[in-house]
Write a protein that binds this ligand. Sequence first.
Ligand code: COA
Ligand code: AMP
Length: 633
Amino acid sequence: MSYKDIYAAWRAAPEDFWADAAKGIDWIEAPQTVFDADADVYGRWFVDGTCNTCWNAVDRHVEAGHGDRLALIYDSPVTNTKRQITYAELQDEVATLGAVLSGMGVGQGDRVIIYMPMVAEAVIAMLACARIGAVHSVVFGGFAAPELATRIDDAGAKAVISASCGIEPGRVIDYMKLLSEAIDIATVKPGGCLILQRDVQRCELVEGRDLDWADAMAQARAEGRRADCAEVKATDPAYILYTSGTTGQPKGVVRDTGGHMVAVNWTMKNIYNVDAGDVFWAASDVGWVVGHSYICYAPLLAGCTSVIYEGKPIGTPDAGAFWRVIADYDVKVLFTAPTAFRAIRGQDPEAALMADYDLSGLQSLFLAGERSDPATLQWAEEHLGVPVIDHWWQTETGWAISSVPMGIEALPVKHGSPGVPMPGYDVQVLDDEGQPVPNGTLGNIVVKLPLPPSCLPTLWNAEERFKSSYLNDFKGFYATSDAGILDEDGYLHIMARTDDIINVAGHRLSTGAMEEVLAHHKDVAECAVVGKADALKGQMPLGFFVTKAGVNRAEADICGELVKMVREEIGAVAAFKMAVGVNRLPKTRSGKVLRGTMQKIADAESYRMPAAIDDPAILDEIKDVLTTKGLVG
Ligand code: COA
Ligand code: AMP
């Protein structure tokens, strides 16, 4: 069937479509109700089903006789380590770790924070939580202690799983120090921490709080303790993943168990066109949604082999690193962010390093996380000689809202467009009053409710925020906060966020959160942060500040302090390196800071004078300051 037919079939009978997809999953109690429109905020999927994600991702493949198949390949150029784990070995690891967690008092429904680098144990930890019905919340390693503390508190963490260190090129990240700082700051004190000691840098454990991963696993094995797969409701949360909102308080996106499995399992064949036994590589991080769905869950649900890569596209050791991994493991599909390819292209514009590797097994490259610039996409197409598919999605959905569904139909790729809406998503473009705009016109991209399986049913402990963030602006629709166009062929074009989220190297960051940090500086009266275009990272934060009256310090000193504060409060991942002092911020007459106009000035784009501007002269002041500092364009 063509994409058009399948999309039409979903539209005509969405419940039949998802009931059919649900057959790809082993249920403990098969759901009799596919969708209950009256449940919770906008309805719930598979309300009366029960299941276990770890069973579906691991045990069922072993039961089916595939225990010897590789489940995980860990490749770490930063530690010079490689490890391969079969499905049978993975089952042993997760069953044992599940028992260790139970021994730490973690039960069904309890929240476990996972703060780990890109090691196989991070995925094992996620699966072990799923096995015993605990709800994990993975925190990206590039976040600083206060961000970790916020998540420990909001999730009400019962336990933390972490490691002695992470490794970034040129420096070792002391996870233990960050974890201890976070626990000090947090109001909720986790009952215990399980720490993976890494040879690169071991750490001292805190007595009474910490358990050594290896010791605890060895003890459980010696005692023959293994955890079975718990029966959980399809609507129970599988995990909480915090993502940037408009304020410093991150949003806890809730993923349900059954719908998540059904949807992401469906994508493996239909979107990525891979089958059991194929090698799938998402070069992302388990701390992001791409890592949850496509390093951990979906490839394993589908019986594929998933690559866990602890390295960078460049510098570990060179811009040929991705080609090496593809060749070494016969990767069939690679999924990464455009910024990774911009980095590779920047260092090796002719892709000369590709010549050293056999990439004939690669079938396609998928890109997401930020807008793909057509030049990078064309470069990848030309040098790899495979389809390069840009697809659009969000932490909130857990899978692509739009794509070219390679397993259904290799529709023509349009450069600059992340494809067509996937079944499950009725995507529309509305003006600010909620009226549909004609094809080809820029507007607010919305998805008609109900959202398909895997999409967030709510925010953790924040139902009102869920409604106000996503559902109240356009009645009956989910507001994506992306602006864009639906063209005459039904392809989407994602142009910009409509809120103050920016995308830095494929990482989603809140400028509002950075402003909260800057505003705490003793000399800062007012501030604004915008996303300035960047050739490598897509965007980089640029901070403006006005000092309090009477402050007479060198601007460079204040800038240095602000950069340090953001690094310590939010983390290195914010990549906040540019701050400029200005005399005044441009505002509307009602006092709203004109961030959009400031961003356009920084990017040397043309702009219309905002009608409600209080004092147009301030825009020239901003332009002068940025020009003097070489920060325009
Ligand atoms: N733990 C600790 N620190 C981390 C980290 C982690 N897991 N990941 C990144 N950081 C640090 C980096 O070391 C860097 O620190 P620095 O300011 O001291 O240099 C900072 O956070 C910013 O990192 P990043 O934005 O990733 O930039 P980079 O210069 O290290 O690398 C790229 C640039 C393009 C190579 C890199 O961003 C990349 O590979 N991106 C792929 C994008 C991706 O995976 N996106 C996920 C969604 S698909
Ligand atoms: P995250 O929740 O981190 O996945 O970030 C989601 C946001 O990243 C989206 O709302 C978009 O703004 C942006 N994004 C993700 N994928 C794409 C894409 N393919 N094209 C354009 N923007 C994208």
